[in-house]
Design a protein. Structure first.
Length: 366
């Protein structure tokens, strides 16, 4: 096969890019039920493209959680029959009968109770994202159609699966397809992210849900409870920095200060190309009869209504000491003149390997 070299897109090809963006956004956000027969045909094409024998059995689940439970039961059924053939393992059932067997089993509370979180997590990790593969399949869809790159045809099965079902699980003898979500809620004009205040951001047919605020997955209670009804002391139970930020955004710094106390111990700030970052070291009371908890409060310069609150050691007396604790540094490692630049994204700190001295504040903070 002759190699096809492309240096750059033509103006006509470039003009087609927004068409593919819209096409694949529609695929990824589609809430139609799974087209079961079309999904079977697409899966068979995908298996053959990978030089694998397509499965003999196909079943349909309502959500990622439902499909994970199916997978756990199928695994138990398989290993429970030792070294038997697939036909013997599944008792001579066809796909429709196997589907009914799985549904009957999950109707038994004792079976549901026996499925562990570990089994569920393992099964979900084996799922392929189907319609939610839009981010990368769209690239090859464009290349295959508009640039006529023949190798892209190997992905036709996955592309058709994305058009016809939600997530799916490809196993040697069985493929588990899923219905798409029935509801998806987004926020943002250009960069859309999952968000719904007051309910699930993503909802499936069986009630399985994902709760998210401003693109951050959060507990159900934080998404659904009214800000005035949220127990402010729950802030102490949140470990993730992004979830804490959404807690503060929803509940409000003022209410947190009012409910937990808010004695300001110290204030400081630094400026970079993104703006000025203002910090406060504050004491917040608890409802557990303990000493006040010391927190570092940062006001976000690019999103004024968003603040970040993070617990630090109670012996921190200044913002600088609190930042050192938060960043895993000691004062003798700080050198604002000759120290190495470093970067911070959320909870993640990136510092050059081998450096022993660092500037106090990150070069980039996102």
């Amino acid at each position: 096969m002759a190699e096809k070299k492309i240096d750059k897109l033509t103006p006509e090809q470039t003009a087609k890019l927004p068409v593919y963006v819209d096409k694949w956004l529609e695929i990824g956000l589609n809430t139609d039920p799974c087209n079961f027969e079309a999904s079977i045909a697409a899966a068979q094409e995908a298996y053959r493209a990978a030089e694998l024998e397509p499965p003999k059995w196909y079943v349909l689940a309502d959500s990622p959680m439902h499909a994970a439970k199916f997978a756990v039961l199928l695994k138990r059924l398989w290993f429970g029959h030792g070294n038997t053939s697939a036909d013997e393992t599944f008792g001579g059932r066809d796909s429709e009968q196997l589907q009914q067997y799985l549904e009957d089993e999950l109707a038994k509370q004792s079976v549901v109770d026996s499925i562990s979180d570990k089994e569920i997590n393992e099964a979900i990790s084996q799922q392929i994202y189907g319609a939610h593969e839009a981010g990368w399949l769209s690239f090859y869809d464009f290349m295959g159609i508009e640039l006529e790159i023949e190798e892209c045809s190997k992905l036709n099965g996955l592309i058709e699966l994305a058009k016809n079902c939600g997530w799916w699980s490809p196993y040697s003898h069985v493929a588990i397809f899923q219905h798409r979500h029935t509801e998806v809620n987004l926020i943002g004009d250009e960069t859309k992210v999952l968000h719904k205040d007051g309910g699930p951001a993503v909802l499936y047919r069986d009630g399985f849900s994902v709760w998210a605020l401003n693109g951050v997955r959060v507990p159900q209670w934080l998404a659904e409870e009214h800000p005035g009804q949220i127990d402010v002391s729950k802030l102490h139970e949140i470990d993730n920095a992004q979830v804490r930020a959404e807690f503060i955004r929803k509940v409000g710094v003022e209410r947190i200060h009012a409910k937990l106390g808010g004695n300001v111990i110290d204030k400081d700030s630094f400026t970079n190309e993104h703006g000025t970052y203002e910090y406060e070291l504050v004491d917040l009371e608890t409802r557990r009869g303990e000493d006040p908890w010391r927190y570092l409060l940062m006001h976000n310069p690019s999103v004024p209504e968003l603040s970040h609150l993070e617990g630090v050691q109670n012996n921190c007396r200044t913002v600088k000491e609190a930042l050192n604790f938060r960043n895993g540094l000691t004062e003798d490692q700080i050198d604002d003149v000759n120290g190495a630049d470093w970067y911070q994204q959320g909870d993640v700190l990136m510092r050059p390997k081998g450096a022993t001295k660092f500037k106090r504040f990150p070069k980039v903070l996102t």
